[in-house]
Each structure stands twice: as C-alpha cells, then as structure tokens.
Design a protein around this ligand. Structure first.
Ligand code: KIV
Length: 280
C-alpha cells in the first residue's frame, strides 16, 4: 500500500542532510505528473490565484477556490504530502477562523497539512492549530499576501535589524510547533543562518542554496506562465511554446481539411451503410 510522505519523514530528511524538493500543483493532471516525477511534497499554493485564475495577486483567493484545487491534487496523488495554502483572511481575523478553515482543508480537501504566512504574530494561532492536530508549515520573508503592505514583491531581511527579525520569526514558528518553514525572497546568507539555527526544515524560494529544500511554482519551472518570470525561477522546459505550436498545427489541419482522417473517425461497414442510404 502507498504511504504518503509525512511531516516526520520531512524532519528526518533534514537530519540526514537530504535536500527536499517541493513543487506547486493545482489540478489533477499536473499533480499526477509531479508525483510521477518523484517530488515528495506538493504545495497547492494560493499562487494559483495568479497562475491559474488570472488574478493580479494572491489576495482575492477564497477558501472555496482553494478547496476546489486541493481536492483535485489529493485525488491525483497517493505518495506525495499535500500542503494546502490558507488564503488571505482565512486565518488572520481570529484563531477560531484559522482552526475552522484549516480543519476544512484537511477534512474536506484531504490535505495532510496547511501553510500560512507570518512570523511571531501568527505563532499563537499556529500553536492552537498544532495542538488540535493540524500540521502547520510557516512562511516568512516576502509573504505575498502582504504585497499591499510591502508596496511590491521586494527582497526582505536586507538590513541587520530586519534579518534578526526574520530569525526570531522563524524561531517563534518552530517553538509554536510548525514542522517546516518557507523562506521567501531573502538574502542567501540570512536563509542559511536561519536554516543552521532551526531543527525543522527550511524550504527556500529565492533564498539561496543554503536551505534544507526548495520550492518553485509549476508554471515558472515549465514556461507556462509568461506574464513575468521571477528572478529566482529556472525554466526547465518551454511547455508553453510547445503547446502553442501544437495548437497552431491542430487549427491549421482543421482549416485545411487534414484533420480528422479515417484513422481518427469511426467507419461503418459498406453493407450497413448501403442500408442507411437505402432507408434515407
Ligand atoms: O503560493 C505559493 O505558491 C507559495 C510559494 C511561492 C511558496 O506560497
């Protein structure tokens, strides 16, 4: 029987010095492919707001939208650990909201854990969730739900004071019971220092090679989202271009009468068809 990667497996990977590859997926086919490629942890990120739903930030994403996508990813996978992002305002207003919404992502969505943004200010909420049996991944640095407060997607933790604040945020999350922390868009040296001080894994995105693992957005890796490419992303394929060429060829073949041929059609035997023409 298949067993999903657990939070204890992920902590053990850090202990063994084994790097953790995490990738986002948002639907059934992409999650099938990501699991097939051997990725042990899939994030259903609220980045889906931008790369799948066409919003200009993650702020408008709702619980219902997250649940819809989380369910599809869970249906597609058997071995990967599925982390569901908590969307903006699903946990900030009160710990009761946070518990109820995280519970929905596990009970209705089928995710194995949730991720939320923020450091010390959400530590008490994280503690309550962990005590209720909900594994929580933290997320500090450039937290995209606060884009309006940051005034854009800017590198965080650039001054000594800001770097120290990041470290104490990460410590507060670990102390509250988080099982891992995403470090987003912070200087590589700061991420490496935080990683060395924590016993739980750090997963970096735009945080250099010194983290315990890395996370990327599926569409950035594969060239499927071309509105912009973040500096931290590496394109491993140009799937978008491949799709455009394939669709262009299909449309051309239809226009030219070259699709479909007999091979793609269902042909009646001549005898039966002669009865049809007789009756018609
Ligand atoms: O929503 C997301 O995809 C994320 C990653 C960028 C860490 O939070």
């Amino acid at each position: 029987m298949d067993k999903r990667t657990s939070v204890t497996d992920l902590k053990a990977m850090k202990k063994r010095g084994e790097k953790i590859a995490m990738l986002t997926a948002y639907d059934y086919p992409s999650a099938r492919l990501v699991e097939e490629a051997g990725v042990p942890i899939i994030l259903v990120g609220d980045s889906l707001g931008m790369v799948v739903l066409g919003y200009d930030s993650t702020v408008p994403v709702t619980m219902d939208e997250m649940l819809h996508h989380v369910k599809a990813v869970v249906r597609a996978t058997k071995r990967a650990h599925v982390v569901a992002d908590m969307p903006f305002m699903s946990y900030q207003a009160s710990p009761a909201d946070a518990l109820r919404n995280a519970g929905r992502l596990l009970k209705e969505g089928g995710a194995q854990s949730v991720k939320l943004e923020g450091g010390a200010r959400v530590a008490e909420t994280v503690r309550m969730m962990v005590e209720a049996g909900i594994p929580v991944m933290g997320h500090v640095g450039l937290t995209p739900q606060s884009v309006n407060q940051f005034g854009g997607y800017k590198v965080q933790g650039k001054t000594p004071a800001a770097a120290v604040r990041l470290l104490s945020d990460a410590m507060a999350l670990q102390e509250a019971g988080a099982y891992a922390i995403v470090l987003e868009t912070i200087p590589a040296q700061v991420a490496e220092t935080i990683t060395g001080k924590l016993s739980i894994p750090t997963i970096g995105i735009g945080a250099g090679p010194g983290c315990d693992g890395q996370v990327q957005v599926f569409h950035d890796l594969l060239g499927l989202f071309t509105d912009f490419t973040p500096r931290h992303a590496r394109r491993y394929a140009e799937v978008g271009e491949t799709i455009i060429n394939a669709v262009r060829n299909y449309a051309f073949d239809v226009q030219e009468g070259r699709f479909p041929t007999d091979k793609e059609s269902f042909i009646m035997s001549e005898t039966v068809f002669s009865d049809v023409t007789h009756l018609a």
